[in-house]
Design a protein around this ligand. Structure first.
Ligand code: FEO
Length: 397
């Protein structure tokens, strides 16, 4: 296992997790990488780390360049264990190395590992010299944990962005330019939707600061590295995602069904959108993972969610999705609750409330749609015509 040279004296020495398929509930169908970066300068510096079970892989790559016991400085941009798991073993090798991180990083690492390592706390905007190069720290709290920070090297114009701009992709290609663009951007969007979305306000602030930096390479802690060919594209995507920009001509119809009546409504709703020129995606919760649905939520202005009534409530699959959706907190959406019922019909007001309540999703709402038992074609036609009128009005707003 070799290190990958990014620039003279700067190497990727991370690990590839080919088998990763679940990252705390997020389906990672392409695996992932944990990216660590080695800088050979007067002070030999390692930026970030890997999961504990991949420590040996990282060390082997470092050994390809230097004896790891020569590392002087560790920069920890984030303490989550996918980037800090190998620290205890590494520090056994280099107990005198200085570990630079911010106050939340120090606090968190002490809580994780119960060790009083040679910490050096850094503040937002502070810089250190490692020889020919400077490393500046930009704290980015809540992108993704309170301890997150970026490290910027002005001489090399490299931003080490940790979770920011990451994607879960396992690959022997390490540059975005060497993989199909659609796949990389889709995985970056999925990563944003499932990891970063709740912290979009903080991302907006970070993007303002990043705008003032001359950046030729963005080295995230997951997936591939962004170079000049595609930095404008990922920055512009992040600006849109952080500002909750969605497409008024895109709708998602998310549902589960018991005896296919709610499914009939879902198809009818989809037709109404389509007939009004709104491109629509049907996502059955029995066949789509909630983390994939979240990727599609990013672009869609209209979010319709349907469930039949079960035990005076909504189906468990729909409840799980609604809980996940609320936690990830997308903004500026138009919601539509729908569902079938036999007698109580509670699923529809429950969904209406979950989508509308500012303490839940806080979406602007359309009129809910319901049907008792099994809708006939005439009822479906009426539902479609009424909904088309509502869609027309929303498109004109
Ligand atoms: Fe990739 Fe928040 O850790």
């Amino acid at each position: 296992m070799k290190a990958l040279k990014l620039k003279e004296g700067i190497y990727w020495v991370g690990a590839i997790d080919w088998d990763l398929r679940n990252f705390h509930g997020y389906v990672t169908q392409r695996g992932s990488t944990y990216n660590a970066y080695l800088i050979i300068d007067d002070k030999i510096t390692l930026i970030d780390n890997v999961k504990s079970y991949l420590y040996e892989e990282m060390i082997t790559r470092i050994k390809d360049i230097i004896d790891p016991s020569k590392i002087d400085i560790i920069i920890q941009n984030h303490i989550e264990m996918d980037h800090s798991g190998g620290l205890p073993e590494l520090i056994k090798l280099i107990p005198k190395a200085t570990l630079y991180t911010n106050a939340n990083g120090v606090k968190g690492l002490k809580r994780h590992f119960k060790q009083d390592w040679n910490f050096q706390e850094v503040k937002n905007g502070e810089s250190i010299s490692i020889g020919k190069r400077t490393l500046s720290f930009l704290t980015t709290p809540m992108v993704h944990w309170p301890d997150n920070q970026f490290t910027y090297c002005p001489e090399e114009k490299i931003l080490f962005s940790n979770d920011g701009f990451g994607q879960h992709i396992a690959s022997t290609e390490h540059f975005a330019k060497d993989l199909p663009k659609g796949i990389v951007l889709e995985e970056a969007k999925k990563y944003y939707a499932n990891i970063v979305l709740p912290y979009s306000k903080q991302v907006q602030n970070v993007l303002k600061v990043a705008k003032g930096l001359d950046i030729h390479m963005i080295c995230p802690s997951h997936g591939v590295i962004w170079t000049e060919e595609n930095i404008p594209e990922i920055i512009s995507a992040y600006i849109n995602w952080a500002n909750n920009v969605s497409d008024r001509h895109r709708a998602l119809v998310i549902y589960d069904t018991m005896w296919k009546s709610t499914q009939k409504l879902a198809y009818t709703i989809s037709e109404a959108f389509e007939e009004e020129g709104v491109s629509t995606q049907l996502m059955n919760l029995q066949t789509n993972h909630i983390s994939d649905i979240m990727t599609e939520v990013m672009d869609a202005k209209f979010i319709a969610v349907g469930s039949p009534t079960l035990n005076s409530s909504i189906l468990p699959t729909v409840a799980a999705f609604m809980y996940y959706l609320k936690g990830l907190s997308p903004k500026n959406k138009i919601g539509l609750a729908f569902g079938s019922y036999g007698w109580g019909g509670q699923s529809i007001p429950i969904l209406q409330e979950l989508l509308q309540d500012p303490k839940q999703c806080g979406f602007e709402m359309m009129e809910p749609i319901k049907t008792q038992y099994i809708p006939d074609q005439e009822e479906l036609n009426n539902i479609k015509n009424n909904l088309r009128q509502q869609i027309k009005i929303k498109l004109e707003e």
